[in-house]
Design a protein around this ligand. Structure first.
Ligand code: DX5
Ligand code: ZN
Length: 221
């Protein structure tokens, strides 16, 4: 099953799950109607936090059919890329601000047969991504400064999302536009109206009293 940017996709972020029972938490998201599973990899260098790496993703690959959307918040995505491919990531998103040859890393992701994502921090202008737009399957517009879940949505990113959608149309491209950080029933609507179709949500899904209802709300927001 493949999705296009015309599909609204809800991607719960594992970061907000009960990490003492990860497998069960992924299954819970799947039952609740999640389209993708968003996995935040942090190295303590690119961002001021540490999470998990390829071994955990490999185990999840064995236990779920969900599409694995892997967000690398690491300084050297090029160096670790083969391990995330081997682990079974379906889509690998790398940051423009990390220390690597961005075009080359994106090329390697596609060469490996996976979808390639490019992430921009809130402060990074869309202009910086222009040379790479024909090499990507997804553009991630961070709506918080990456590193931690539970932060407040930054509405100033909406203009970047609109511009990314306009350039996509003008150039005849088809990348998804993903938003990540502070996405809930209130902020999902403006993001979708601006052109985002992949909505990552940690707190608003895993910490909701009823996850299925929370996902349904994000889907129609
Ligand atoms: C932030 C991560 C996000 C995080 C979002 O650095 O990239 O994926 O889990 O969490 P919420 O939805 O709680 O803002
Ligand atoms: Zn993320």
């Amino acid at each position: 099953m493949s999705h296009t940017y015309l599909d609204r996709l809800i991607a719960p972020s594992l970061l907000a799950a009960d990490l003492a029972k990860i497998g069960e938490e992924v299954a819970r998201a799947e039952r609740a109607g999640a389209d993708w599973m968003h996995l935040d990899v942090m190295d303590g260098h690119f961002v001021d936090n540490l999470t998990f790496g390829p071994p955990l993703i490999g185990c999840l690959r064995e236990s779920t059919a969900l599409f694995l959307d892997v967000h690398l918040m690491i300084s050297r995505p090029d160096h670790y890329l083969p391990r995330f491919v081997a682990a079974g990531a379906d889509l690998i998103t790398v940051h423009l601000e990390a220390s690597h040859d961005v075009g080359q890393t994106l090329h390697q992701i596609r060469q490996a047969g996976r979808l390639a994502g490019l992430a921009l921090n809130p402060a990074t202008p869309l202009e910086a991504a222009l040379p790479f737009l024909d090499q990507i399957d997804l553009l991630l517009c961070m709506t918080v400064v990456p590193g931690f879940g539970g932060q407040a949505f930054m509405p100033e990113v909406l203009a970047k999302i609109q511009a990314a959608a306009a350039i996509r149309a003008a150039r005849g491209l088809a990348y998804h536009i993903e938003v990540d950080g502070g996405i809930d029933a209130a902020t999902a609507g403006p993001c979708a109206a601006a052109g985002a179709n992949v909505l990552v949500a940690g707190s608003a899904t895993y910490r909701a009293p009823d996850m299925a209802q929370a996902i349904a709300q994000l889907r129609k927001a």
